[in-house]
Design a protein around this ligand. Structure first.
Ligand SMILES: N[C@@H](CCC(=O)N[C@@H](CS)C(=O)NCC(=O)O)C(=O)O
Length: 346
């Protein structure tokens, strides 16, 4: 078919106009559309891991993983409370996300190649750098996990923990005997009833189990070895790049807020008064970065206002004054000796 030259030219002009008008404005994406239509974010969390995700007697959830979802809800819905919490154990978590039962999995989940490449999911980044450790009864008077030769070790299935234990046993020629349970409750019960000589999980969870579940924390020691890297972070389904970008950048915004010292209590003042271009960009008073994510210009401001910057989230849930009393360590900002780093919000 021959297209008259003027028609082809006007089509080209229209195409250029269209591209110029809409360049940079992101299409919302189906997950964001669904969240906005239902007016609620559905967030998969740990059923009960104080410091990361746990509900109180009133059903109010708190923790670092919980704050990630609150920040997301604030950014995309304008209200941090518009979250439906779906408790998921280790074995259930990926299937629930794959099946669309949750919009995001924010549940002490380690980013590994196998999970990233074979589950139809994307890890969006790291919200907590963890590592696997061991706990043993103090009465065994152990100073090192290397003294556990031939020991029985309680461990939960469906976790990286189980695999790392096998690697460590092999590499250190320890002949460890895993005693495997599907739920954390069963793992705890077995260890505290003396079924195993040691307990292994992520170091953060060891602190929670020792402080909350043992009855007598002083009767259990956490051994010094950290045998793995456990970068924990939120996970989304593949196939929705827009939602993937939103989850990444909401976490990055909390990190960048800490870099600029923008706290929950001071974010309004920064928004009203700051002349720093990076702060203005982050808080939407100059460029509209939200438009690029399918959101409005206040997306990051609302996330920070809802939960505070990354350092505040850490301190409140995990830091020395919290129940877990974890040192900031690797989870300090990159310019404070840690690994926490966000690409520039620009
Ligand atoms: N980070 C590891 C371990 C995560 C994990 O599920 N840990 C257990 C032991 S603390 C847990 O949270 N269990 C709670 C549950 O499944 O209810 C992973 O991603 O596999």
């Amino acid at each position: 078919m021959r297209i008259p030259i003027f028609a082809a030219a006007s089509f080209a002009a229209f195409a250029i106009m269209f591209a110029v008008t809409f360049a940079g404005a992101a299409h919302a994406g189906k997950t964001l559309d669904a969240i906005q239509q239902r007016g609620q974010l559905v967030c998969g969390v740990n059923p009960g891991f104080p410091g990361f995700a746990a509900a109180d007697s009133q059903g109010r959830w708190a923790g670092l993983d919980v704050d990630v979802c609150k920040a997301l809800a604030a950014a995309v819905l304008g209200d941090a409370n518009r979250v439906k919490w779906v408790p998921l154990n280790a074995a259930q978590r990926f299937a629930a996300l794959q099946a669309g039962e949750v919009d995001v999995l924010s549940r002490n989940t380690t980013w590994t190649l196998t999970r990233d490449a074979s589950l139809g999911l994307h890890f969006t980044g790291v919200t907590y750098y963890d590592g696997q450790g061991f706990m043993a009864p103090a009465k065994l008077k152990l100073a090192s996990a290397r003294q556990l030769k031939g020991a029985t070790v309680c461990v939960q299935s469906g976790t990286t923990t189980e695999k790392n234990l096998a690697d460590f046993s092999k590499a250190a020629a320890l002949n460890l005997k895993p005693v495997v349970f599907e739920t954390q409750e069963a793992t705890n019960k077995a260890y505290f009833s003396g079924r195993c000589q040691a307990y292994t999980t992520d170091a953060s969870a060891l602190a929670a189990v020792r402080n909350f579940e043992s009855g007598q924390p002083a009767d259990h020691v956490i051994l010094p070895e950290i045998i793995s890297k456990e970068p924990l972070g939120p996970v989304v389904r593949r196939g929705d790049d827009e939602w993937f970008a939103i989850v990444k950048w909401v976490v990055f915004a909390l990190i960048e807020a800490e870099e600029h010292g923008i706290a929950q209590a001071t974010v309004d003042r920064f928004k009203a008064e700051s002349a720093d271009p990076a702060v203005q960009r982050l808080l939407g008073t100059s460029d509209d970065t939200g438009r690029l994510l399918g959101l409005d210009k206040d997306w990051a401001y609302r996330a920070i206002k809802a939960v505070g910057h990354y350092g505040e989230v850490f301190e409140r849930n995990l830091g020395p004054k919290s129940v877990l009393q974890l040192p900031r360590g690797l989870n300090n900002l990159w310019n404070q000796g840690g690994l926490v780093y966000a690409p520039p919000v620009r």
